[in-house]
Design a protein around this ligand. Structure first.
Ligand code: ZN
Length: 270
């Protein structure tokens, strides 16, 4: 089921971690951002689009984590873009023997059994100097940074005032730092937040990779909350973040264990 969040911008929210796939209507078809999770959800999305006479003409993955690079044959064979770094990172993960089994360890079994490995992770890297998605539709600006994952990009659909944030600015997930690959994960994260803050004046609707859609006020509140969380990590102290502990929303209690692991990872790495 697609829900409109702005003119010509619709989302499909997955059963898994409130993952948001975003559809942007263009002149000759749609741009699909972070296509979806369950095979049957993507098949349903493909059906909805074809019933309304639309096809996917381009796709974009915000970052190289498994839940953002899935695909379904029914969505067709449009180019699937990511930043150059995103494409390189997923290519790396999909090399060597046993890569499929290594990635599958992260994936809940009910999702894995509906997965199409033949179309998993096929991301075309856009040249490093690219600032906009190459497609025939509203201008979509890429805001690349290194918070959360290598080559992560938020997308700003300028004329519609929509920011697609990828795995940042969630109301249910704390900032998840790239503690293992980045030299300075905390500074990378703060730099990413500064870039999003710089774009905030143009945003009326925020769509996070996981969680609830928000307005301009939510965007600013989540930037502040995420910055406070990350700064508290630097002090390796308690955060008081509402997404961690008893105030976490139902079903999201596990976020506290991500927080504990992050604290550990940072202490070990730094
Ligand atoms: Zn992610």
């Amino acid at each position: 089921m697609l829900r409109q969040v702005a003119e010509g911008v619709l989302i499909h929210q997955s059963e898994f971690c409130q993952s948001n796939a975003v559809v942007v209507q263009g002149r000759a078809g749609v741009l699909l951002i972070d296509a979806g999770i369950y095979g049957n959800e993507m098949a349903c999305l493909a059906n909805d689009l074809s019933e309304s006479g639309q096809t996917v003409v381009a796709s974009f993955s915000t970052h190289p984590h498994w839940d953002h690079v899935l695909w379904h044959d029914g969505l067709g064979a449009a180019p699937r873009y990511g930043t150059a770094r995103c494409a390189a990172a997923i290519r790396d993960e999909m090399s060597g023997t046993g890569w499929q089994a290594r990635i599958a360890e992260w994936i809940p079994p009910d999702i894995a059994e509906q997965m199409s490995w033949n179309v998993f992770g096929l991301i075309t890297g856009l040249p490093a100097e690219t600032t906009e998605i190459p497609w025939d539709g509203p201008r979509v600006r890429m805001i690349e940074h290194q918070a959360h994952a290598p080559g992560h990009a938020a997308l700003l659909i300028e004329d519609r005032g929509v920011l697609v944030a990828g795995d940042m600015l969630s109301d249910v997930l704390i900032p998840m730092l790239d503690v293992h690959d980045a030299a300075d994960p905390i500074e990378d994260y703060l730099a990413g937040l500064r870039l999003l803050e710089g774009a905030a004046g143009d945003v009326d609707v925020l769509v996070p990779g996981h969680g609830s859609v928000g307005g301009a006020d939510q965007l600013r509140a989540r930037i502040d909350l995420d910055r406070a969380y990350v700064q508290a990590l630097r002090g390796a102290g308690a955060t008081g973040d509402p997404r961690v502990g008893p105030s976490a929303k139902d079903g999201w209690e596990w976020v506290a264990s991500v927080h504990a692991r992050q604290l550990q990872g940072l202490t070990r790495d730094n």
